[in-house]
Write a protein that binds this ligand. Sequence first.
Ligand code: SF4
Length: 329
Amino acid sequence: MSALIQASELNRSFSVHAGLMKPKQTLHAVNGVSLQLQRGDVLGIVGESGCGKSTLARMLLGLTPPTSGHISMAGQDIGTLSRKELARRVQPVFQDPYSSLNPRKTIASIVAFPLDVHGIGTKAERRAKAIDMLAKVGLPARHADSTPGQLSGGQRQRVAIARALVMKPEIVVCDEPTSALDVSVQAQILNLLMDLREEFGLTYVFISHNLAVVQHIATHVAVMYLGRVVEYAPTQTLFQQPRHPYTQALLASVLTPETGLGIPDMGLGLSFPDPLHPPNGCTFHPRCSQRLEICDQRRPELQVDCAGSPGEVACHLHRSTTSEERLSS
Ligand code: SF4
């Protein structure tokens, strides 16, 4: 059976201004990313701001075409799907419920909008479906004729989720869906997403900079650094046995008891490298306290680690011996 999503060797680069009077430069936002999702999976994609996770999300939504590589859905290349067909099967929930909802529209018309676009049902039927979906996300019908400005942040994110689900998509790409919300509301929205996954048989791609949030919801996690996946594993394995030094540092920062302390000192430092001039070899090597001599010379491939634990890691510390090396030893 083919995977629900199969992304192979995805690359996306942008031409960006490097400064006044300077020529444009190429930014490799996503670099050689391959991933696979089975129906019902929740893939968490984590990493610092600028690591390429939102560009990856936009490619999976069909909003940004890859520079190279391809994505298929249930065996069908998404490049062959019409914009409408893709929107019916994959829907987004974005970070900011304040800007993603039209402030002049009523809540019912916002949720019914995808049905309008696809010409589904009469106006009354679309409104009824919208109100039904609002109930499923925990918003009573009395909010149907309110505008977004009359709702709280958490309620607005519920509206965004209702709008994403009204077409009964197979995949929902959630890009930092809780990071603009108060901490007390974040857990409610995460629990709602988990309940809806169960009820509608959804598959999620869940983008976040926060590993604690991802631990709560994901079945698998991909950790990204400077456009590449550096570790991929089932959630439990990743949290119990983080292998990549970057994953270890991210986890340590999550576990810091006091907020505002930033990433604890693990030799990581606080500066994220300039994505226009990524370091040679392993791009994490300038921040890595465990680096080896080879690390600034050769980039480690994402591969099954030498201990055979589930998942894959891109780090020379965990490199399996290649067949070439075995022959020469
Ligand atoms: Fe650190 Fe080297 Fe592993 Fe990169 S490859 S994470 S520099 S040990």
